[in-house]
Design a protein around this ligand. Structure first.
Ligand SMILES: [Zn+2]
Length: 206
């Protein structure tokens, strides 16, 4: 009895080792740095703001490079790049400004179904960062067009991921077309415009 149970255990351990080995081999085979690269993707969008709140009028500028968000699935390997300027308005609120948000996305053309890289370039996007109860007041103060995000009061940080993602989503075109299709359709539009213009001359108003 004892002997067989030992054998069993030994067998289980051996099987486990074999399993782990094959998994490791599989990872090595399928990803020449692939999984490694993925896990190294920088998804941190948090900024410490305690010093800023203590010094009204202070302004900090931070350049972000090669950032990735789980909210942006088609993002290419270069990630998102932008410059963020954060300015202290008072002890409760901050003004955040994104400039030159650039990213490229893998897309399927709505016209010819070819895959293409769509470039996004947002020159400017601003939002205010406030503590949560301030935000509630903000809502009562009529619905201003200002974009408002929350300050994490415990960590004294702001997370600008939603702001960056929102700036990109707001820029999304209704129809996504590859360069070739965009050019082709532009020239067709021009011809149509010409046609319309000519035909107008034939309409007789009585
Ligand atoms: Zn196309």
């Amino acid at each position: 009895m004892k002997d067989s149970s030992w054998k069993k255990k030994d067998k289980v351990i051996k099987e486990k080792i074999v399993k782990e080995k094959t998994i490791k081999q599989k990872i090595a085979k399928t990803s020449p740095g692939g999984t490694k690269e993925h896990s190294l993707r920088d998804k941190i969008f948090k900024i410490k703001i305690a010093d800023l709140l203590n010094e009204t009028g202070r302004e900090d500028q931070i350049v972000f490079d090669h950032k990735f968000s789980d909210q942006l699935l088609n993002l290419n390997d270069e990630g998102i790049t932008w410059t963020f300027v954060i300015q202290s308005l008072d002890t409760n609120s901050l003004l955040g400004t994104l400039t030159d948000v650039t990213a490229r996305f893998h897309e399927i053309c709505d016209s010819c179904r070819a895959s293409f890289l769509r470039s996004v370039d947002i020159p400017l996007y601003t939002a205010r960062f406030v503590f949560e109860d301030e935000a509630i007041k903000e809502k009562e103060l009529a619905e201003s067009e200002e974009v408002v995000f929350h300050i994490d009061p415990k960590a004294e940080t702001i997370n600008i991921e939603d702001m960056v993602v929102q700036s990109i989503f707001l820029n999304d075109p209704f129809v996504k077309r590859c360069d070739a299709c965009t050019k082709r359709l532009e020239s067709v539009d021009d011809e149509e415009d010409l046609g319309e213009f000519e035909s107008k001359g034939n309409i007789i108003f009585s």
